[in-house]
Design a protein around this ligand. Sequence first.
Ligand SMILES: [Fe+2]
Length: 371
Amino acid sequence: MAAAVRGFLVMLALALAFAGAFQLGLAYDRPPARKSLFISLSKDLRSTSPQQVHISLVGQDKMRISWITDDPSPATVEYGTSSGAYSFSANGSVHSYSYVIYDSGEIHDVVVGPLKPNTQYYYRCGFDSSPEFDFKTPPSQFPIKFAVAGDLGQTDWTSSTLEHIAKSNYDVLLLPGDLSYADTNQPSWDSFGRLVEPLASKRPWMVTQGNHEIEKIPLIHSQPFTAYNARWYMPFEQSGSDSNLYYSFEVAGVHVIMLGSYTDFDPTSAQYKWLQKDLKKVDRSRTPWLVVLVHAPWYNSNTAHQGEAESVNMKEDMEDMLYQARVDVVFAGHVHAYERFTRVYNEEANKCGPVHITIGDGGNREGLASK
Ligand SMILES: [Fe+2]
């Protein structure tokens, strides 16, 4: 009798636990997508005022400052460690691009440094009357804090993501692809630049490309990544890469590899050969952590984006290399959901494989992948 009662209680407990889990599942109602925002140019800015300011790491102690003006202005940055007192200045280059009937503004790139680690700098771009911006350099050793967000787009949900990131006191942002969701509408790139400027002008934003950056239109604009490469110039030369679409950098004790899902990755490709060389350069006594970012996830249990060549074939071609190099973490975007795998290799749990994390729920207009 006692055994029967015990059995009943166990069944009841299991039923309640199951019902609770089921209810919890139902209780999380994934919020719907929100409409795209368009951030217009502030009326206070002149045609030579810097806009869309963002910064990125270059080597161990330098920073690239990128900004756009409507009319030509000098590619000069004045900077220093006290507000209003600029002991240093650096010059860079100006370029622009055309896309069908759109002509970009003047895109400025200036590399400043050498800079001290973990230090606040104040800077202004172009003419003397330019407003002052400020950034903090990352630390030279642990601890270092990364923020990772993919598939940002530009909606109220993106603003919410950016608010969370801003509060996190991070050192470096890592973005595994799909930035503006401009999708050939070039003024949306300008809007995105304005949306992220308050954060991206203060901390280095290190990005790699997603499918929304390709923007190739057959017969009309055959060159891929025109806006992305012109606007988001990453430090590929410093890592021996010949393309802005894949590169690596080191910060504090971390070697970060940014792979390109939407350029060639097979064993005969330049990216594959570059990755082989780059992994050989990793010195775990200098950078004990080895982190990889890629847009299309190699492991994904969501129904969204199953079976795409960029996921399946790239994993087939490159997973061995990452496993042999003992990569710690692979961050991906593309699938608009969060998912974290245990250490995995060749479809099985493996204590020497990397942890794969999908973090593609940054707030874009397409909404969440819910199945
Ligand atoms: Fe994507």
